[in-house]
Design a protein around this ligand. Structure first.
Ligand code: AMP
Length: 299
């Protein structure tokens, strides 16, 4: 089955303690779509400006990502810049320039509307709601978000939460949303807002799922060198949704393994700037790391 991915298709300027890279291909949808494409066909919904380099379109195509829902509009592509501290779990947003995303309100191609697995990647919650309104036969809908939207669009986000099967956010956002530091208490409070599955990401410390079958602690793959963690969260959820779309059987049986696959794809993302390492990853590399994680966590 296919996965529909909506989110930002961006140009990212990223600064780490050792390097600086301007205008890389980034955005929540780019990272999630490439990650999901390792497992299942992907249909992308996004908007870019006239400055979007054709080589980045070619990159999506190499991953067999359906671009019928990617619009090129007059204006500038969404641009994000961020800077990491030496502890790469900490980063600062330097600038968010919405560009064409500010007025983006897509009508989905007909073939997109019946896709069963829907990933509403990080973008304005009003837009996530708008896309979901057009879907006719969803089986599993998951959304991701970010502190910016919690700050400026909370009512839209709360409306969205009621319509989701799953919600993924990081620990600081969970704290911001629920006003609690305790991750298990936060999970409970987020369930009360709607989603049956809630996943809290903890950067290099992995993630925690709370769902109908209880909790699952998903490890992050141990990396001794992180080059650029931008997009790791999107790669995680993209990989997870791709795996779920490809797997036989119900979501609640497959979701733990799907998270582990997502976690492994995210580890590759961290080993290069932007999508540089993810796009060089092969299916065999993913399988090998999943096996290693299995060994590391068995007791
Ligand atoms: P992550 O590291 O998983 O949080 O994702 C970072 C990616 O999200 C980058 O590629 C950015 O282009 C994109 N991004 C940054 N800020 C936003 C935002 N406010 N809304 C949507 N996408 C964003």
């Amino acid at each position: 089955m296919s996965v529909l991915v909506v989110g930002t298709t961006a140009l990212d300027s990223i600064k780490t303690p050792t390097a600086e890279n301007p205008r890389l291909l980034g955005g929540s949808a780019s990272h999630a779509a490439v990650a999901a494409s390792f497992f299942a066909p992907v249909k992308l919904v996004g908007g870019v400006g006239e400055d979007f380099p054709p080589k980045y379109l070619a990159l999506y195509r190499r991953h067999h990502i359906d671009l019928a829902g990617l619009q090129t509009m007059p204006g500038k592509t969404f641009h994000w810049s961020g800077e990491y501290e030496s502890n790469m779990n900490n980063r600062r947003t330097l600038a968010t320039e919405l560009g064409v995303i500010e007025t983006f309100s897509p009508t989905l191609p007909k073939a997109y509307q019946s896709v069963p697995f829907v990933l509403l990647g990080n973008i304005a919650p009003a837009l996530q709601n708008h896309v979901l309104n057009q879907m006719t036969r969803t089986r599993f809908v998951v959304a991701d978000s970010m502190d910016l939207w919690l700050n400026i669009a909370l009512p839209d986000l709360l409306k969205l939460l009621k319509r989701l099967d799953g919600f993924v956010l990081n620990d600081s956002e969970a704290h911001q949303l629920t006003k609690t530091d305790n991750v298990f208490s936060a999970l409970k409070k987020i369930h009360a807002l709607g989603p049956k599955y809630v996943i809290i990401k903890k950067g290099s410390h992995g993630s925690i799922l709370s769902g109908p079958k209880g909790f699952f602690i998903c490890p992050a793959f141990p990396l001794s060198k992180v080059v650029d963690p931008t997009g790791a969260g999107d790669s995680f959820v993209g990989g997870m949704m791709g795996y779920l779309a490809a797997a036989k059987g119900p979501v609640d049986v497959n979701i733990r393994r799907a998270m582990v696959y997502g976690s492994v794809v995210a580890s590759f993302c961290c080993e290069g700037f932007g999508l540089n390492r993810t796009t060089k990853t092969r299916h065999g590399d993913i399988k090998k790391r999943v096996k290693e994680l299995e060994k590391l966590t068995r007791f």
